[in-house]
Design a protein around this ligand. Sequence first.
Ligand SMILES: *Cc1c(COP(=O)(O)O)cnc(C)c1O
Length: 395
Amino acid sequence: MGKNKSYQFETEVIHKGYDSNQFQDSLNPPIFQTSTFTFATAERGEKRFSGEEEGFIYSRLGNPTVKVLEERMAALEDGEAALAFGSGMAAVSAVLVSLTKTGDHIVCSQGIYGCTFGLLQMMKEKYGITHDFSPMSTRDEIEKAIRPETVCIYVETPINPTMKLVDLELVCSVAKEKGIQVVVDNTFCSPYLQKPIPIGADIVIHSATKYIGGHGDVIAGIIVGKRAFIDEVRMTTQKDIGGIISPFDAWLLLRGLKTLAVRLDRHCSNASKLAEFLSEHPKIEKIYYPGDPNHEDYPIMEKQMTQPGGLISFTIKGSKEDAQRFMNRLELIKIAVSLGDAETLIQHPATMTHAVVPENERKKMGIEDHLLRLSVGLEAWEDIRDDLASALNGI
Ligand SMILES: *Cc1c(COP(=O)(O)O)cnc(C)c1O
């Protein structure tokens, strides 16, 4: 890839951050499956540790395969630098621990990933770092949630599983006025559908387990942000807590990234056709899909996303038991949590991803007992439709 030339997203997912000249002309980045790196002399070891000489020391501090992944992800999110982790939660926890100290406060979007919720709960109970949730639908609502001790706004959009959207431009403008940082968990979109950093966000987090890996075969996480912050995390929370990614998993993500754009185009076009099918089906009560022009946040989708994504939630006409009976009748679609895989997956939030949320909180979030979430895969959309149709006809 030309050193100073800029290429489009579809090209960068394949080439960015890798120079084959540096790796014996290997077309693909080799897997550097090594724990440590040798120093030719004691003096060189001293220089590597002092930072006087560039080079690798020990794979918890950096690894050549992982470095290619980090440079590629930084470019794709339009950030200065990136850092890869052994899971999305290792990434989330490294960011939150780096940003906060006892007495600080975090403002969160009205829905956040279950384990992030658990982590914030623990930070409150053990370390006195508090948080509040805000619907963030108006400037006033965001401003009201911010206190003198607030250090960051933590946003997920779309919000799982009801697909409500948060207006990133609005959140970033309030945060800038107040001098606080914005962290966006961009897992549901990937940088192909939504880039929070050019809008004004400071830090982007990914569970790379989902669309980035894309094949349901790796657990990993990534953060992207300003170089000073990424370097600080690399040399503190990541180095000392240690949630690093393995070189092989980094290689799997590089392999997954190559097809990110083509995969997401298919995820999105399949989802759009299936959303239309579901919205017209007599046994479906309501669909939650940001590409639906009747969705309350459709204008936000048009403003900040390039496509509405591959997830559809819906309620069937019936009870929790009917929803479960429907799931059991599916043959092609697999019952599983996670998302962004080639396989279409369905899950029941009330008893699976959101089972730990108390029932009254679940109801407030719109998670009813007959709500289901579909992660639309890459199969022929007609086959997915036919599987849904025959399972619906049986309830
Ligand atoms: C899956 C997920 C996470 C956690 O990622 P892991 O890779 O499972 O640790 C965090 N945020 C969101 C939005 C997720 O979907």
